[in-house]
Design a protein around this ligand. Sequence first.
Ligand SMILES: NC(=O)c1ccc[n+]([C@@H]2O[C@H](COP(=O)([O-])OP(=O)(O)OC[C@H]3O[C@@H](n4cnc5c(N)ncnc54)[C@H](OP(=O)(O)O)[C@@H]3O)[C@@H](O)[C@H]2O)c1
Length: 280
Amino acid sequence: MNVMITGSKGQLGSQLVELGLPGADIFDYDLDMDITDSSAVKKEFLKVKPGLVIHCAAYTDVDGCEQKKELCYKVNTEGTLKLAEEAKKHNSDFLFLSTDYVFDGTKKIPYVETDRPHPISVYGDSKYKAEKIIRGLLDNYYIVRTTGIYSRFGKNFVDTILKGAETSQKLCIVDDQVCTPTYSLDLARCIKELVSSKRFGIYHATNQGQCTWYHFTKRIFELMGVDTRLMPICSSKLNRKAKRPAYSVLDNHNLEANQIFFMRSWEEALKDFLKKDYGK
Ligand SMILES: NC(=O)c1ccc[n+]([C@@H]2O[C@H](COP(=O)([O-])OP(=O)(O)OC[C@H]3O[C@@H](n4cnc5c(N)ncnc54)[C@H](OP(=O)(O)O)[C@@H]3O)[C@@H](O)[C@H]2O)c1
């Protein structure tokens, strides 16, 4: 089967291309198929005739999306529509990567797939609008919502933090945003199982447990033996353009109820990541 992966130079796309899928010929695309360009998308679909599309491409700069709203909706919503229309024409299964930012973060316990989205940022809204398009247009879709991806590819949180620690004596990290950092390799393995299950629908897919970015960073420093001072701060101190949900922990209910994939804890995943990629 031919599999088209969009956003293949990003964190998750790179991981998926590296991991591969059994029995699949992978056709990976990044900016070489601009998803906002209908004719480019049509041309590549005709060429590849994908049995499955894994759509990772997105404009993911959450604060940038507030400033460049038009671009954000053009890429995240309209780009997804163009791909979904072609997927419908070619009867391709379609997996769309969505986000915890479709929720407003007012819940106090993990969000399940049936909870009602209520985005509070342009980015979250652009992804939720894309979800609605997919649900309206396609039958054979997977919507996979995840949180806080880190990886050794692209813009990588762990790398940024460790580089920051090399050049500063003190780092201030947000301590009032609770989510679950998710290792790209675990997410890619989960996607591999999900697409072979053919159980279409909406899925939450993150590592288990929860923490703030401050606690995540603290654990990285402990495991890496870094002694740079860490200061917990409120997100309001950063004057960021986009609002973030204060609590966006996702419950992987559908993955587990259907026995498709069980994610390990974020701490186990982090240890494995640091061992594999930083030799710790
Ligand atoms: N990262 C997270 O924490 C997180 C959390 C929840 C959900 N998600 C979702 O998960 C997916 C994968 O995330 P990620 O972290 O792997 O994202 P990423 O690293 O930002 O990768 C996205 C890729 O898409 C490319 N792209 C942007 N505009 C495009 C266009 N018009 N046409 C074709 N490609 C385009 C980007 O290129 P440039 O970099 O050159 O622009 C980048 O290579 C995204 O859909 C994201 O919304 C991510």
